[in-house]
Design a protein around this ligand. Structure first.
Ligand code: BG6
Length: 455
């Protein structure tokens, strides 16, 4: 990979995302020798000087990029500039952008309520050819919002220069689905409804709210995880083979399969909505979600969401895909589980053994294929074994990789316009049913397995 050089403009550069993930991502790239002379300009509301911003950034990097040597972090700090301004005002954006050379990557590290006015202000200013815009999630609050955002984005730049960030697309295991499926002969012939019984996409977290009430209490698990990250994983698992691993083919194949996803028909049966109460996660006490600072209990925000959908196409007809994610659960379980159908005949007699299971684990990354073999003691007894690979951590974090792709102008690891809208189409009926109170908010104690069992 070649080193990249271009400016990076972070709108909302004093926010949590910048300090926690974006600046550390830049530091990783500098440290890996993948960035040559990238200038970073942060724009935000604080009335700070360049020096004050650098001090803030140095502290954030020490806190969140401890894995990057200090010398590399300092090289990032030296290249930081700061501009005080209101990102929804075109005059402020114009004077900030006048400070950068060439075609920058402009990253909206902002609350999603200001995406639209910010993008509108950007269209008034205009961006040079070759510029890139990155937008965080959630991409609007509903389908109508997503359409509006897409319309403004398309006025600003061509689709291939737009990144709707989903950092899960930068995770090793999600990328490995592509390698596993399309760089091997053995899996793809079995990757369909003839052989697969069900698919579970699970992202159970032990962490609680972590002081994010301002954002999380208005989002909830469904919008935070299942509208984007988990549906993107579904798309990569279930899509047809792309002709090439590039932005166009991936966007087209992911969009196809998302279009075929049928929202749950029976909301009570096919969706689960939960909220944690006080408890302990691995000995660490967690307060009741509803009692956390900044939470409005009456909003009924869920900290656990689950839904099961079907995919109406030849490959997947009849196979349930269950997506689940929650906070304050007893264990960090991040995995995609493909459960195969049982053998058609059990020549060994007795009960059919557990069907084969393929587990694609995230963080720590690994792949396990659980199969049945002859027993070591009694060769006529069938025993469960696992072909299990633990993968070493990647050099770049998911954000580091995505930033590199943005700076290179390669949108392969982005959510496309159609995918963003389709994802809302799938989730909106669930949101509507939940808001109407059709599905009860089930409580689960922090540290438990949640309102339903893990597969
Ligand atoms: C974020 C969500 O997008 O993804 C968080 O907002 C969640 O709530 C996080 O914890 C999970 O991703 P990671 O990279 O922290 O495992």
């Amino acid at each position: 990979t070649q080193a990249t050089s271009r400016s990076f403009v972070i709108l909302g550069g004093t926010g949590d995302l910048s300090g926690r993930l974006l600046l550390p991502g830049v530091a990783e790239l500098v440290d890996a020798g993948l960035l040559e002379g990238v200038d970073v300009l942060a724009v935000s509301q604080e009335d700070w000087s360049d020096g004050e911003y650098r001090d803030w950034a140095r502290d954030r990097l020490a806190e969140h990029a401890g894995h990057v040597p200090e010398a590399s972090r300092e090289r990032v700090v030296e290249r930081l500039g700061y501009r005080h301004g209101d990102v929804t005002l075109s005059a402020d954006l114009r004077s900030a952008l006048a400070r950068v050379e060439g075609a920058p990557v402009v990253y909206l590290a902002l609350p999603n309520t200001v995406f639209l006015p910010t993008l509108e202000a950007l269209t008034e200013v205009g961006l040079p050819d070759g510029a890139v815009v990155a937008v965080e999630k959630p991409f609007g609050r509903n389908l109508a919002d997503a359409r509006r955002l897409n319309a403004v984005l398309h006025r600003l730049l061509p689709e291939e220069s737009i990144f709707r960030t989903d950092h899960f697309l930068g995770m090793q295991t999600v990328l490995n689905i592509l390698g596993l499926r399309f760089a091997n002969r053995v899996f793809e012939p079995l990757w369909n409804a003839t052989h697969i019984e069900r698919v579970d996409i699970v992202f159970d977290e032990t962490i609680g709210l972590e002081g994010r009430a301002g954002y999380y209490d208005t989002a909830g698990a469904l919008k935070d995880m299942l509208q984007n990250h988990l549906l993107q994983m579904l798309a990569v698992v279930a899509m047809e083979p792309p002709a090439a691993v590039d932005a166009r083919s991936l966007a087209a194949r992911k969009a196809d399969v998302l279009r075929a996803v049928r929202p749950p028909e029976d909301m009570q049966r096919d969706t689960v909505r939960g909220r944690y109460t006080a408890g302990a996660v691995r000995g660490r006490p967690l307060p009741d979600y509803a009692a956390e600072d900044g939470v409005e209990p009456d909003r009924g925000t869920e900290t656990y969401a689950e839904y099961t959908v079907g995919i109406d196409n030849w490959r997947w007809a009849g196979v349930p895909f269950r997506l689940r994610s929650g906070k304050a659960l007893g264990a960090d379980r991040h995995e995609i589980v493909l459960r195969f159908k049982p053998v058609p005949h059990m020549a060994f007699g007795g009960e059919a053994p557990e069907p084969d299971v393929l587990r694609l684990r995230l963080d720590p990354d690994g792949i396990a294929l659980e199969i049945n073999l002859n027993g070591a003691g009694d060769p006529f007894e069938i025993e469960r074994r696992s072909l299990d690979i633990a993968l070493p951590p990647t050099r770049l974090s998911a954000y580091g990789l995505l930033l590199k792709e943005m700076l290179d102008g390669n949108a392969a690891l982005s959510i496309s316009d159609v995918e963003a809208e389709e994802s809302w189409r799938i989730v909106e009926p669930i949101l509507a049913a939940w808001q109407a109170g059709d599905v009860p908010l089930r409580e689960y104690p922090a540290g438990s397995d949640g309102p339903t069992r893990h597969p």
